[in-house]
Design a binder for this molecule. Structure first.
Ligand code: HEC
Length: 299
């Protein structure tokens, strides 16, 4: 009897462990490291409290009062360690994306408002220390926006990187830019990454012999080389008529193994049809045989 109790307790412990990480609501790895770009201030906390009262309290109740709504799944009290031990990026992602019945706040609250709510919730989380936005090395944790143009005279792709922050925008210097060209299977990297200049620009000589489609169109994208994956909005993509026009048929225009079913190779259609016919032949053969056996029996 006692042993059974131990096993049950162990199971319960394991269950709460798993539950604590909220496995039913995974946060993508590249979102976990997202942080607020400014230090939380008392003003932000105050703003967050007002937003919380209006948008969250109906389900989550007042923090630390455990008076959340009795619905399933349980919203829970957000002052508890279950939310308190999550990273800023995880809370931000969950508030941004929501999960039925919790609304998606992506378009209801601005990014700043979402951070204010988190600043407010953090005042209930003992031992929480805000990651220092200043200390984040290099470009990591910053928001960078890219734009891309083609300089027809110099035949260069020009990429401009600006850094977005609360104070406004400024050229992002030293951001490593990579250029990709869309090919049949995936993207091909054009050259080695290049850092942006003081003024936030990086230029890439465009090879004049790259084949495009019939009109010479090529899909080009630029992104910031960011191994930590903590950058946001750091990709830009555009279709530019800078390739050599080629009359190569589109991938799905010819019969091939990898094509759509109506463009499957003839031999594959034949083999498949034959296999189906053989199987049906045997099914019908067996049914007829069974009927024969019954006839013999009756006779
Ligand atoms: C309609 C009800 C509802 C509203 C409104 C709502 N939530 Fe939720 N919230 C839930 C439910 C239910 C869950 C639990 C979902 C789950 O775990 O499957 C949840 C989960 C969360 C989580 C994740 C908690 C965890 O343990 O992982 C966070 C963070 C959160 N809510 C924040 C907020 C914030 C901030 C607001 C207001 C801006 C808000 N919610 C508004 C219902 C709501």
């Amino acid at each position: 009897m006692k042993r059974l109790l131990y096993i049950l307790m162990l199971l319960a412990a394991v269950a709460t462990r798993v539950e604590a990480q909220n496995p039913g609501w995974p946060v993508p790895d590249d979102q976990k490291g997202k942080i607020c770009l400014v230090k939380f201030t008392p003003d932000m906390v105050k703003g967050g409290e007002a937003i919380y009262t209006k948008n969250c309290q109906s389900c989550h109740g007042l923090p630390a009062k455990k008076n959340f709504a009795a619905i399933t799944p349980s919203p829970g009290d957000l002052s508890e360690p279950k939310a308190g031990t999550q990273k800023d990026g995880e809370l931000f992602y969950r508030i941004t994306t929501g999960k039925v019945p919790m609304p998606e706040f992506r378009n209801i609250l601005t990014e700043d408002e979402r951070w204010n709510v988190i600043a407010y919730l953090r005042t209930f989380h003992k031992g929480y220390v805000q990651p220092d936005p200043e200390k984040m090395a290099g470009t990591a944790g910053k928001r960078i926006k890219l734009s891309m143009t083609y300089d027809t005279l110099k035949k260069r792709i020009m990429v401009k990187a600006v850094e977005l922050s609360k104070e406004g925008t400024k050229p992002a210097k030293g951001a490593e830019i990579m250029i990709f060209v869309q090919r049949y299977f995936g993207a091909m990297q054009l050259t080695d990454p290049k850092p942006t200049s003081e003024s936030g620009y990086a230029g890439f000589d465009w090879p004049q012999d790259l084949p495009g489609d019939k009109a010479g169109n090529i899909i080009v994208s630029a992104r910031v080389n960011d191994p930590t994956g903590s950058l946001q909005e750091a990709v830009v993509s555009d279709t530019l008529a800078i390739g050599v026009p080629t009359n190569k048929p589109a991938l799905t225009d010819t019969r091939a193994m990898w094509s759509v079913s109506s463009k499957a190779p003839i031999w594959m259609i034949l083999t498949y049809t034959l296999a189906v016919l053989v199987v049906w032949y045997f099914i019908i053969y067996i049914i007829l045989s069974v009927l024969d056996i019954r006839k013999i029996k009756q006779a």
